[in-house]
Design a protein around this ligand. Sequence first.
Ligand SMILES: *[C@@H]1O[C@H](CO)[C@@H](O)[C@H](O)[C@H]1NC(C)=O
Ligand SMILES: *[C@@H]1O[C@H](CO)[C@@H](O)[C@H](O)[C@H]1NC(C)=O
Ligand SMILES: *[C@@H]1O[C@H](CO)[C@@H](O)[C@H](O)[C@H]1NC(C)=O
Ligand SMILES: *[C@@H]1O[C@H](CO)[C@@H](O)[C@H](O)[C@H]1NC(C)=O
Length: 426
Amino acid sequence: MSTMKTPRGRLSIFSVVAVVICCTLALFALLFTESITSSHSIFNFKSCSKRHVAKSRKSTRDERNAEDEVVNSEVDDRFEFDPNECSVGHGKWVFNSSFKPLYSDQTCRYLDRQFSCLKNGRPDSDYRQWEWQPDDCMLPRFNPKIALEKLRGKRLMFVGDSLQKNQWASFVCLVDSIIPQDQKSMKRGRSHSVFKAKEYKATIEFHWAPFLVESNTDNPILADPKKRIVKVDSLSKHSKYWEGVDILAFNTYVWWMSGTKVNSLWGSFANGEEGSEELETQVAYRMGLKTWANWVDSNVDPNKTRVFFTTMSPTHSKSVDWKNKDGIRCFNETKPVMKKRYWGSGSNKGMMSVVANVVEKMKVPITFINITQLSEYRKDAHSSIYVKLKKEMLTNNKQIADNSDCIHWCLPGVPDTWNQIFLAYL
Ligand SMILES: *[C@@H]1O[C@H](CO)[C@@H](O)[C@H](O)[C@H]1NC(C)=O
Ligand SMILES: *[C@@H]1O[C@H](CO)[C@@H](O)[C@H](O)[C@H]1NC(C)=O
Ligand SMILES: *[C@@H]1O[C@H](CO)[C@@H](O)[C@H](O)[C@H]1NC(C)=O
Ligand SMILES: *[C@@H]1O[C@H](CO)[C@@H](O)[C@H](O)[C@H]1NC(C)=O
């Protein structure tokens, strides 16, 4: 018993030694495990000594919260961005009338019509002037030169649904502005598109896999959600595209949410689709993600490949969520929600915890691009009725509601912020 008692006088010496050891170990760990992200090691070292705490990459949220309190009482200034320390989800949108997006829907010729809101007639453009400011750190602006340097000689691939395509389009347009015309190319395919930055020998690709696992509605899409069947244990048709890619950024969420259950199929038998079974959404989602996780764990070498996962992108289809009872979905919304921690009915926390749960058990480290909370505030930033060039006037509320896309985002816009975070992690 007596050996467990530490004399008070020695405590500080012990803690100094502990700090030195912890920081040295942390630094070594970083040098070995994060050779791809070498730029962060300096900051890790600094914040470690500052706080007398060594943090592993997979620390839990509870730890983080506890530490946030320590930080708030110790330091008054926001520190330089560090992916292990800064919780990007906590912060606010700041209006900046002199902020200039790096591209517009006129200058970036790779932008889909679906995201080109101003071109399609959106009358207001304030939605482009908001900058995300995390509470406890400074998020660096997206620097296209740095982005391309990080991608030099590499393949970056966004994999997932049309929201991941939204993020891919944003990334391409963000770097596009500094690449001369003859130094780039774009090849579009039904399920796989490749943007090349020739001088950098880099590609920025998109692969369509809305559930990540296979389904009968990948290509072409089945309009009737009831006819859709998800093969929760198969993905080889998709994963063959992912092999050898240096940086993979996945997402999958909204396609699972078309009903209360998901028609699922596993195993391959001659009776084909007849063997499918309706599973609770979260159960099917877990099985699908597990299949994806197994692929990553058995195919990805974490020393060569970085894997990211973009969390669910919130939808803003119910204006009562933000107490605008006369609103027509997200139509005509021109300002973000200002209420702290606002969370609408479009994002399912249970689904989020399924992802967290599956990822927690993985061998290969996954970096979350946690966009959900910050995007929740942005009811003003969806494509709404400006998804296509307005041909006919929409005359009544029902027409407006039916034609309002409150899932996808105008570009430039919110997905630029997702990529700002993504680049900061890269
Ligand atoms: C993302 O952030 C939200 C809050 O900002 C949190 O509730 C959620 O657990 C995070 N998701 C993951 C997968 O870490
Ligand atoms: C607003 O944007 C301008 C131009 O990029 C920048 O110089 C300025 O620091 C920004 N203001 C704030 C408050 O971030
Ligand atoms: C990654 O690199 C470390 C250190 O060089 C090595 O110990 C480890 O075995 C490597 N991992 C794989 C999966 O190759
Ligand atoms: C859109 O909002 C403006 C200002 O709040 C309002 O005057 C206008 O009637 C709204 N338009 C529709 C079609 O609801």
